[in-house]
Design a protein around this ligand. Structure first.
Ligand code: BGC
Length: 390
């Protein structure tokens, strides 16, 4: 059965600066990789050297038939010292935008994907005085190079960021790392304020459609755990989804699904099908996430799937996962949900935040020679894109 997607549906793939560029030495993550090396955190190092090889990356996406490329701009490079902006780095990101446009790829730009400058970290990051204003100042500078950009994401996964930054805060207080921690609500509220302050600035200075991207957990309650489910849903996702009402779009990012019982989120049970992240193989998570997003955000805000994918070393499994996820996505569209596009995570096998083994890419990369080798899934997704049908 052929499943056609709406005319103009956007098909593409995503990456993030710190995960692919390499030598992002002025960022908090670079420091974290050093500090936490004894705890098994691997370094990003040269990453995939995409800071220099971005044109080759984009060419692969375009040649395969994809029409959109989502990438992020690195605050730590743009503003290496407070208030000191690098014109050369801004020009670099402008070249990336131009390269995408020349290749016929619609660029989607993320302004913040988990990392920030060391100096911002030293000040106390998101809980420091003036944090939102500092972020908006940076955003204003980036807007000078966003001419012709249609799609801008302010912050990537503020809910996961609030988990990570909350952990950093615990550790700074001398407390232990907490497995399965919920997002830190106080930090989350600052991130919401940052989004609400930055979005109108970007809209006004560029005319782009502006939104943010939420890590959807596709939680489901076990019988009797409805109250716990509602509490966790609120701090994990709904407060961020509610903050997207009034945006030009909302990004859904989905990988797996977990249930919630009376004690909280149930860990993924060991299973041979689990992905290289240890997550349950749940391609149906995307459909659950899109429906939930629509329910909380409302019908007025279009949805774009800004990330969906699987960490596996078996590319046929990637195709099977994505096929099932897209079947679910198609059902949501058939039910009238306004979904505008699908971006696969990720274009490249990249730095998975302290680990190199979970491979999410449509393209493999040799980390010594930086040679790119497209996997069959890239051609497969390209064919889905060019036929606009599954
Ligand atoms: C993030 C990516 C990450 C991916 C897989 C999302 O949480 O935006 O940076 O690599 O999921 O874990």
């Amino acid at each position: 059965m052929t499943r056609a997607f709406p005319d103009g549906f956007l098909w593409g793939a995503a990456t993030a600066a710190h995960q692919v560029e390499g030598n992002n030495i002025n960022s908090n993550w670079w420091r974290l990789e050093t500090v936490a090396a004894d705890h098994g955190v691997q370094p990003s190092g040269d990453a995939l050297d995409s800071y220099h090889r971005y044109a080759e990356d984009m060419q692969l996406a375009a040649d395969a038939g994809l029409g959109m490329y989502r990438f992020s701009i690195e605050w730590a490079r743009v503003e290496p010292r407070p208030g000191q902006y690098s014109r050369a780095v801004l020009a670099h990101y402008r070249r990336m935008i131009d390269t995408a446009l020349d290749l016929g790829l619609t660029p989607m730009v993320t302004l913040h994907h988990f990392t920030h400058p060391l100096w911002f970290d030293d000040l106390g990051a998101w809980l420091s005085e003036g944090a939102v204003d500092r972020f908006v100042d940076y955003v204003r500078q980036v807007c000078t190079i966003l001419d012709g950009i249609e799609w801008v994401c302010t912050l990537n996964e503020p809910n996961v960021l609030a988990v990570n930054e909350g952990q950093t805060r615990r550790i700074a207080k001398g407390l232990d790392y907490q497995f399965g921690a919920l997002p830190d609500v106080e930090i989350g509220e600052v991130l919401i304020a940052a989004h609400h302050a930055a979005a109108p600035v970007v809209r006004e200075l560029t005319g782009a459609k502006v939104g943010w991207t939420i890590a959807n957990q596709a939680y489901t309650p076990t019988p009797g755990a409805e109250q716990k489910y509602a509490e966790i849903q609120h701090v994990w996702e709904n407060m961020y989804l509610e903050a997207a009402r009034g945006d030009d779009f909302v990004g859904v990012q989905s990988y797996t699904s977990q249930s919630i019982d009376e004690n909280g989120v149930v860990e993924h049970p060991e299973h041979p099908d689990n992905t290289l992240m240890g997550w349950a193989y749940r391609p149906d998570a995307l459909e659950i996430s899109v429906r939930h997003t629509r329910e909380v955000v409302g019908a007025e805000v279009p949805i774009i799937v800004t990330e969906n994918g699987i960490a596996t070393d078996d590319d046929q499994r990637r195709i099977a996962y994505t096929t099932a996820a897209l079947e679910g996505l198609h059902r949501t569209i058939a039910d009238g949900i306004d979904v505008r596009g699908y971006l696969h995570w990720s274009l490249l096998d990249n730095f998975e935040w302290g680990r190199w083994d979970p491979t999410f890419g449509l393209v493999a990369v040799d980390r010594e020679t930086f040679e790119r080798t497209p996997k069959p899934s890239l051609a497969w997704l390209g064919l889905v894109a060019t036929s606009n049908a599954l």
